[in-house]
Design a protein around this ligand. Structure first.
Ligand code: SAM
Ligand code: SF4
Length: 462
């Protein structure tokens, strides 16, 4: 069987229509609590040096020049370019504090700048931030790390792209969302095709290893036809990866979304048709459906990692370096160190004030229990490989799967009957019709969900 194929079954999707986590972590951020403090983080960070596992560094640059109405990211919208200089000074303070905790020879296999808009920074600031990182951490010089950055093409020139490559980045993801001018106007993101093309050409010229493009379906005025036109233009420029995010309209949570006219949003049926046509169109064009919102070329590292069973999921989506401890820098950023997650303060003033006091700006987190670790292993394997090796799990965690998850049997039986998966005492195998419903399958193993009001906190699974 082609293990990377996907079947779109509208009837099944409607039957399983619900809200649920995207499982970039387990437990999800909703479970983080304020009892987890700086002291505990410091202990765990020092412990994590045993065995010298590699590091992953995430830098959050929150600033954006204009607001896109759909946006659900953690951002600060400002036209004042002078705001980035103090922010960088605080990032350096944070780096100095974090660097004391980790052995200096731990190799940085993964580096990511996200936002907001990382290229809100000037060229001098980009250079300075990279140089500071090199001073404090053991960055690779062999171009073999996964060093990526999110680019808003409206905020980057060919020179910016050349500079980023020179500093050491080798992967780019570009925000496009939709090429249709009517859609762009309705979401306040006017971005010409020429602007996107300039950045893409520069990235090719500079030899970036992987180019990824972000699109969103479910935006105002989108229809199957209009979205296919955007897809065709994207296929023509042949990025290595394409993310097609489901627009999550949650105006109660994200204020800018209140400026979107709900009457202009595609109906639920039209949205499903857009998704269906997107999958057909991209797979016919030779892309492999990786999972959730991600597609990649068959020869891309993500596709290869999925085939070989080494794919991983983190806060940026799917990745290929599973064993890193992740240090998060900047307001709102999340780290994953030893068996814990921790998150920085969200408001810039609070983040600055704690650093001024000489402390790490961590405000909440969670230390995983053996039960969390077990469930995380299951959820990550299902999300990444659409398969669970029950025997291996039993050996790794020293338990009987059937006894431990006796309560899950009924739900698994139902999903087997519905054609989402097959299972026996040794494996769970997600079938092509279950791939789009992978969040539903994972939710069976999420022990916190029963206690939460999932409808309000999480987006729709499709
Ligand atoms: C931080 S942004 C990317 C960098 C840059 N700020 C830009 O917009 O090009 C990350 C991506 O999240 C996606 N995104 C943002 N808000 C979303 C929402 N409400 N629903 C679905 N996708 C969303 C967009 O595709 C966006 O490109
Ligand atoms: S999509 Fe990107 S540019 Fe637009 S507001 Fe969000 S983070 Fe900023």
């Amino acid at each position: 069987m082609d293990t990377q194929s996907v079947i779109f079954d509208p009837e099944l999707i409607q039957r399983y229509d619900t809200s649920g986590p995207r499982y970039t972590s387990y437990p999800t951020a909703v479970q983080f609590h304020e009892d987890f403090d700086e002291t505990r983080y410091q202990q765990l960070a020092r412990q994590s040096n045993q065995g010298h596992p590699p590091l992953s560094l995430y830098f959050h640059i929150p600033f954006c020049n204009t607001v896109c109405f759909y946006c659900g990211c953690n951002k600060v919208v400002t036209k004042d370019r002078s705001r980035s200089a103090p922010y960088l000074d605080y990032l350096y303070k944070e780096m100095a504090l974090q660097a004391q905790l980790f052995d200096t020879d731990r190799v940085v296999d993964q580096l990511h700048w996200g936002g907001g808009t990382p290229t809100f920074l000037s060229h001098e600031e980009i250079h300075a931030l990279f140089q500071h990182t090199r001073r404090y951490f053991n960055l690779r010089n062999d171009d073999k790390g996964e060093y990526s950055i999110e680019i808003d093409p409206r905020e980057a020139t060919a020179e910016t792209i050349a500079l980023l490559r020179e500093e050491g980045f080798n992967r780019l993801s570009l925000g496009v969302q939709d090429f249709d001018p009517k859609v762009q106007k309705a979401v306040n993101r006017i971005q010409s095709e020429a602007v996107t093309q300039t950045v893409l050409d520069a990235a090719r010229q500079e030899g970036f290893h992987s180019l990824s493009i972000d699109l969103i379906y479910g935006l105002p005025h989108q229809s199957v036809d209009s979205f296919i036109r955007t897809l065709d233009k994207i296929i023509e420029v042949s990025p290595d990866r394409i993310s097609v995010f489901n627009y999550a309209h949650m105006p109660k949570l994200f204020k800018p979304q209140r400026r979107i006219n709900e009457a202009e949003l595609p109906s639920a049926d039209e949205k499903l048709r857009i998704l269906q046509q997107t999958i057909t169109h991209l797979t016919q064009a030779g892309y492999v459906y990786i999972g959730m919102d991600h597609f990649a070329k068959p020869e891309d590292e993500l596709t290869i990692a999925q085939r070989s069973g080494s794919l991983y999921r983190n806060f940026q989506g799917y990745a290929t370096h599973a064993d890193c401890d992740l240090i998060g820098f900047g307001a709102t950023s999340i780290g994953k160190v030893a068996n814990s997650y921790s998150q920085n303060l969200r408001a810039l003033d609070d983040y600055y004030a704690v650093l001024d006091g000489g402390h790490l700006p961590i405000f909440r987190g969670i230390e995983l229990t053996p039960d969390d670790l077990l469930r995380r292993a299951i959820i990550m394997d299902l999300m990444c490989h659409f398969r669970l090796d029950i025997q291996k799990l039993e050996q790794d965690h020293n338990l009987s799967f059937q006894d431990y998850f006796a309560h899950a049997w009924q739900a698994l039986d139902k999903m087997q009957e519905d054609g989402l998966l097959t299972f026996d005492s040794r494996h769970i195998q997600v079938l092509p019709a279950g791939r789009l419903l992978i969040r539903n399958i994972c939710m069976i193993f999420d022990q916190y969900l029963q206690q939460q009001q999932t409808q309000q906190r999480f987006s729709k699974v499709i």
